[in-house]
Design a protein around this ligand. Structure first.
Ligand code: KG4
Ligand code: ZN
Length: 332
């Protein structure tokens, strides 16, 4: 079964073709990121205007790369929510029109759940490895989605059953990265640059607290952001002040709590598989720390490839396949 995925929830416009929920035949992503950078965050009106311009081109490119025609598609899957209202509307209207024109089902997919599903996808050139990936990542699993807008922990029984067991009570981790980078004058988005600076830091004397939210699987990052702000206000005029060390200590605090909370959730639910997803899953310290700790605690930890951590339509088409096979068809 070939599914065309469409994703337009934030500043990306993406179309992908995925076979049987496993093999990516094409995954084209266009972004308006550069236009938002001077504002320090995504401007919804600019994002949706660009998505209107890009969506046809990106879809045509995805078909061309996969060597397929529109008639070869069995269903269209689209991000329903969450996301920016105007942006979602572009993708949903486009997918709905295509589904009507082709007389093929339209499948509505949750963006956050799809981020986790990215762990189960491989590119066509790696297709020979797909059975071992699926054997390795047996459900049930704990899923951690960490992105610019979300921080959620799920208990996943099967792909149609994601139970939310914890979430952020305030900022998402990516949002905290972006805000701290802004305070430090590092530009937008903050994650990649803080990740890079933190990698060069050793022997850091600064320690920021991590909010444990004891007795719950929930997260909180706004206190950390405030602690960083106060630290900067107090120390930035001192000779020892180092942006890199502040960035490193901030990242240590975020990674510490994400590792602790996600492994705790695995132990609490007696689950041996931990699936990570979302933009912050690209973070090198989080990847290293979770892999090491997972090995020590006999939990299989999986991250998508870097490209599939970011917003993309392949993850939408992938999860859409499971909804399609369960006849979860709808027209928006
Ligand atoms: O999943 P995503 O592309 O968009 C949302 O659905 O929100 O995530 C974007 C977020 C941004 O906040 C960005 O700063 C963060 O992911 N990010 C990172 C890294 N790369 C991107 N955060 C930490 N470390 C990174 N290497
Ligand atoms: Zn996302």
């Amino acid at each position: 079964m070939i599914i065309l995925g469409i994703e337009t929830s934030c500043d990306e416009t993406s179309a992908a073709l995925v076979r049987d929920g496993k093999i990516i035949l094409s995954n084209v992503v266009a972004t308006s990121l550069q236009e938002h950078q001077k504002f320090g965050g995504v401007i919804p009106e600019i994002a949706s205007r660009r998505q209107l311009e890009y969506i046809n081109i990106v879809t045509a490119q995805a078909l061309k790369t996969a060597g397929l025609r529109l008639q070869d598609i069995d269903a269209v899957a689209v991000t329903l929510q969450p996301g920016l209202m105007g942006s979602l509307l572009v993708g949903i209207s486009f997918a709905n029109a295509l589904s009507y024109m082709l007389q093929k089902p339209l499948i509505k997919v949750n963006h956050i759940q799809a981020h986790i599903y990215a762990n189960y996808l491989l590119n066509k050139k790696d297709a020979a490895l797909i059975d071992s990936v699926w054997d390795e990542l047996k459900l049930p699993a704990i899923g951690l989605v960490v992105s610019g807008g979300h921080s959620s922990l799920f208990y996943i029984k099967d792909f149609l059953n994601y139970r939310l067991i914890g979430q952020t009570r305030d900022d998402a981790p990516g949002e905290a990265y972006d805000k701290v980078a802004r305070i430090l004058g590092l530009g937008y988005p903050g994650g990649p640059v803080i990740d890079r600076l933190a990698r060069g830091v050793s022997d850091n004397k600064i320690v920021f607290p991590s909010s444990a939210m004891k007795g719950s699987h929930d997260f909180s990052f706004s206190g950390l952001k405030t602690a960083v702000l106060y630290y900067i206000q107090k120390h930035q005029k001192t000779p020892d002040f180092s942006v890199d060390h502040v960035a490193g200590a901030f990242q240590d605090s975020v990674v510490r709590i994400l590792v602790e909370k996600s492994l705790n959730a695995c132990h609490a639910r007696k689950v041996k598989t931990l699936l990570i997803g979302g933009g912050v899953a690209a973070n090198s310290a989080l990847r290293d720390s979770l892999r090491t700790r997972g090995e020590a605690e006999e939990i299989r930890v999986s991250f998508p490839s870097m490209a599939l951590c970011m917003d993309n339509a392949a993850m939408i088409a992938g999860l859409g396949y499971h909804l399609a096979t369960k006849q979860a068809f709808t027209r928006v």
